[in-house]
Design a protein around this ligand. Structure first.
Ligand SMILES: Nc1ncnc2c1ncn2[C@@H]1O[C@H](COP(=O)(O)OP(=O)(O)OP(=O)(O)O)[C@@H](O)[C@H]1O
Length: 368
């Protein structure tokens, strides 16, 4: 595996005319890795991608590709000189060219363009369809052609802007896995833009969660889920509920579920009001536990069942039980907390939380 730094965004601000949509953006991608920009609509994902591609100038900071500055204020290396490939949501194939001609378009001066186009067709499993026109293909097939066309010139970096969003359910899932395998098999580095968390996790090694033009966290899918750095990341990624508690010591919290300890230390004093994050897999069925919750919702998932639980105080949580631990709505069941990642934030609305927000102080110190 290649761990060389490929893409480096430093203190980047970019946007349209004088208005910076994205600010203070720092992230880096190693060669061979797939990164993802994830966030709600309008948060600046596409704007960032366009700046990396060279379609928009940067206001402050810089973009480096393989050690070379390709954008800084007053200088934007032309998109065609960056050796960056692009795949768009609407495929953007040339309708009057066949599939093979579309794929060869970016390498039309290459002496071996026909051989490369054939290889690319095989790579995306469309070996037999080279002579067809785009309108004779399904949406999934068109997107594979777009991928093959983008890969043919061997770009240093591939940018994919919501590439699966015109496709539905199962096909979308299948193609996203396939694209990851294709990119990994060629060692192609890529940045994907999506607002779909499942897709981000299926395709990417590193995911950046954006909120209002700012990157809240750039991390592995595992860490985003289990170790979110901000309440926004905690609630944007996966399912989860917050339970109010009080710090007892740096790594222990008193909650209505009892005392919960984790493998992280927080800097706040004992007595500080906090919100503790609990994912459905943090609460487990424990028939002999004294801690009881009432089942108020139930979704059968096949191998497991997702239960919505209500504690005696009215607080609600979710929990995943193995499917054969079957319980009826209204039943009281024993549960226990099985979280080793203690994720807490200053309680929303508390004075301490307000002060932290205003000063932009990092919310915890990591002990593990
Ligand atoms: N050409 C433009 N001129 C001015 N403002 C723009 C332009 N394109 C986008 N914006 C604004 O920039 C902000 C960020 O847009 P951007 O397209 O980067 O968001 P996004 O996160 O990709 O959203 P989506 O998921 O909806 O595509 C939005 O407020 C948008 O209105």
């Amino acid at each position: 595996m290649n761990h060389d730094l490929l893409l480096n965004l430093r203190d980047l601000a970019c946007g349209y005319r004088d208005q910076s949509v994205v600010q203070n953006l720092n992230l880096h991608l190693n060669a061979g890795d797939i990164g993802c920009l994830l966030g709600p609509s309008g948060c600046g994902k596409t704007t960032t991608l366009r700046a990396i591609a060279g379609f928009e100038p940067v206001h402050t900071g810089s973009i480096e590709l393989a050690g070379e500055v390709i954008s800084r204020p007053g200088f934007t290396l032309a998109p065609e000189k960056r050796r960056i490939g692009m795949v768009f949501q609407d495929y953007a194939l040339f309708p009057h060219l066949t599939v093979a001609e579309n794929i060869a378009f970016g390498i039309r001066k290459h002496p071996e363009r026909e051989r490369i186009a054939r290889e690319m067709l095989e790579l995306v499993n469309l070996g037999a369809l080279g002579k067809r026109y785009p309108h004779e293909l399904s949406g999934g097939q068109q997107q594979r052609v777009a991928l093959a066309r983008a890969l043919a010139p061997e770009p240093r970096l591939l940018l994919l802007d919501e590439p699966f969003s015109n496709l539905d359910g199962e096909l979308r899932r299948r193609l996203s896995h396939e694209v990851r395998e294709i990119l990994k098999s060629r060692g192609t580095s890529a940045i994907l833009v999506t607002h779909d968390q499942e897709e981000a996790f299926a395709v990417s090694d590193q995911v950046g969660v954006f909120k209002n033009g700012r990157l809240e966290q750039w991390d592995t899918p595992y860490n985003l889920y289990h170790e979110p750095l901000t309440p926004f990341v905690a609630s944007f990624i996966g399912q989860g509920y917050f339970v109010r508690g009080q710090m007892l010591s740096h790594d222990t919290v008193q909650t209505e579920l009892g005392v919960v300890s984790g493998n992280r230390a927080y800097q706040w004093a004992a007595g500080t009001a906090v919100d503790m994050l609990l994912r459905p897999d943090d609460i487990v069925y424990a028939p002999h536990s004294e801690l009881k919750a009432r089942i108020v919702g139930k979704t059968f998932l096949g191998a497991a069942t997702l239960y919505r639980l209500q504690l005696p105080t009215g607080t609600q949580l979710e929990s995943i039980f193995a499917s054969h631990d079957d319980h009826a709505l209204g039943e009281d069941v024993g549960i226990q907390v099985a979280a080793d990642h203690l994720v807490v934030f200053l309680a929303q609305g508390s004075i301490a939380a307000q002060m932290t927000l205003e000063s932009g102080v990092r919310r915890y110190s990591s002990a593990s």
